[in-house]
Write a protein that binds this ligand. Structure first.
Ligand code: 5GP
Ligand code: MN
Length: 338
């Protein structure tokens, strides 16, 4: 964050404010961890803060401290709309384009509040008076820790805040294994454990909360895994029918795409998940090394994200989406063999 922005943020927070904190649609561990961590810090600073989420999040996040205070825009529309309209300040966390909040976008565009963005995705939009954007940081949760540090507030981090921030760093780094996990990340994690984050407990809550039907769905996903050795590529499909058969719940497919990437020599892995209700195929893309799935998703799948992890969608059928993906691969052949 620029010095001038730190000063501006301090100034904005110098008197009690009405604050709304927003994660992206279909929030993940980093989105919920960062918004709930910042929420508790701002409450401790004497502000009137609320986390307003575009929609619901998976069960494996429904133990996070203060999670029950989250207002969901799709389910509690009037309350959420009022909070956004009345806010002095709106923090947007773990995303950088207002199109990432789904149906909530209009309410945000009409809000009179000033915006603060804290995010680590590429190519941020220009809607905030304070834009703290750093694509080298592994997780927005780490950036919230640095934000609290810049506001001279580390003493206010308690076990609950530490738990939220630890969770997002853990989930966005694949449990501290992705390249974005830096020495500084580990220092922040050490600080959070000192503040009371219980690492074994958090891992169990997130990773050992599988339902039997989710494991069966994983079996189907692995059966559907296809490899394209010519392009060092792998992909998984899941049809709506297969999801229904295994009593699909939000979050059940989280992490499935990584199985493709764990195959020897594979540089890029995708998962195509049919959503009949929305009439789209939801796509997750992952890569290793310099191959940018952010660029691939922006160019072909109406999405984006990071170099090694991106999301997107397709309006074609499941079979046509896969065929389209295979048809674009030749243009990436060289890059996938580097
Ligand atoms: P996932 O595949 O887990 O949904 O998303 C992977 C990464 O890409 C996440 O960091 C997520 O925020 C980002 N992402 C997912 N979907 C989209 C999208 O539609 N647009 C953009 N710009 N980023 C996305
Ligand atoms: Mn993130």
């Amino acid at each position: 964050m620029k010095n001038s922005e730190i000063l501006l943020l301090k100034d904005l927070l110098a008197t009690p404010k009405k604050i709304v904190i927003i994660p992206h649609k279909n929030p993940d561990g980093d989105a919920m961890g960062s918004t709930l961590g910042l929420y508790q810090f701002l409450i401790k600073k004497g502000h009137n803060a609320t986390v307003v989420s575009p929609n619901d999040y998976p069960k494996f996040l429904k133990w996070l401290p203060f999670e029950s205070t989250v207002v969901k825009f799709d389910l509690q529309n009037q309350q959420a709309t009022r909070l956004i309209a009345e806010a002095d300040l709106i923090f947007t966390l773990d995303f950088n384009s207002l199109s990432r909040v789904g149906d909530m976008e209009n309410s945000l565009r009409n809000a009179s509040a000033q915006f603060v963005m804290i995010d680590h995705h590429q190519q941020p939009d220009d809607y905030a008076v304070v834009t703290y954007s750093d694509v080298t940081v592994c997780a927005t949760c780490q950036m919230v820790y640095h934000t609290i540090e810049m506001l001279d507030g580390l003493d206010l981090i308690d076990a609950d805040i530490a738990t939220c921030l630890y969770t997002g760093i853990m989930t966005d780094t694949g449990s501290f294994r992705f390249r974005s996990t830096s020495a500084l990340t580990h220092k922040v994690i050490a600080g959070l454990i000192e503040k009371g984050a219980d690492n074994a407990f958090i891992h169990e809550q997130i990773y050992d909360a599988n339902s039997y039907s989710r494991m069966q769905l994983l079996g189907t996903a692995l059966t559907n895994l296809r490899v394209l050795p010519e392009y060092n590529a792998a992909y998984i499909t899941l049809s709506q029918e297969e999801l229904d058969e295994h009593n699909y719940q939000k979050g059940d497919t989280e992490g499935f795409v990584n199985y493709g990437l764990s195959l020897d020599s594979i540089k890029i892995a995708l998962i195509f998940i049919e959503n009949k209700q929305e009439g789209i195929i939801k796509i997750s893309l992952r890569s290793k090394g310099n191959f940018s799935v952010n660029v691939m998703s922006r160019s072909h799948f109406q999405g984006g994200g990071h170099t090694n992890a991106a999301g997107g969608k397709s309006d074609l059928s499941l079979a046509d989406t896969v065929a389209y993906f295979i048809s674009i691969l030749p243009q990436y052949k060289e890059a996938l063999h580097e």
